[in-house]
Unconditional design. Structure first.
Length: 139
């Protein structure tokens, strides 16, 4: 008995998370602009963009491509996506610190907000009752 994973629902969830992170980034930028300075707003934009772009890259790698994959393929692509997300995030933080000299608190706060949005979105979906992702095939 082979197990295959249907990816459209998971792919939709991954891109919903990215959209929520983008929304949180916009809110962080607006908040920093209103209570801080333009530099704070740009710093928040950098931090939020780093979190959002890294998650987007992970979603494309882990859930792009075929609509059906075997369980080992799903795990392999997921880990590859997570590795790419980590490498991209670290690289973007280093590049931002090196070339842009952002304000650290708004940047890290906005990144932290996107990280929190990631987990809140996943938890909210889980509480709503996810549909089973695996379909069993005989053969």
């Amino acid at each position: 008995m082979a197990i295959t994973i249907e990816l459209p629902d998971v792919r939709r969830l991954a891109f919903e998370v990215v959209l929520r992170q983008a929304g949180v980034t916009v809110a962080a930028v607006f908040t920093c602009w209103m209570i801080g300075s333009a530099n704070d707003a740009v710093s928040a934009l950098l931090g939020g963009a780093i979190g959002t772009v890294a998650t987007l890259a992970m979603a494309f790698i882990a859930f792009g491509g075929q609509a059906r994959r075997s369980a080992p393929q799903v795990v392999a692509f997921f880990f590859a996506g997570e590795l790419a997300k980590l490498v991209l995030m670290v690289s973007l933080f280093i590049a931002a610190w090196h070339w842009m000299r952002p304000a650290p608190i708004p940047m890290l706060a906005a990144y932290g907000a996107t990280f929190l949005a990631y987990w809140v979105a996943l938890a909210a979906r889980g509480r709503g009752g996810m549909q089973p992702l695996a379909k069993r095939e005989i053969g």
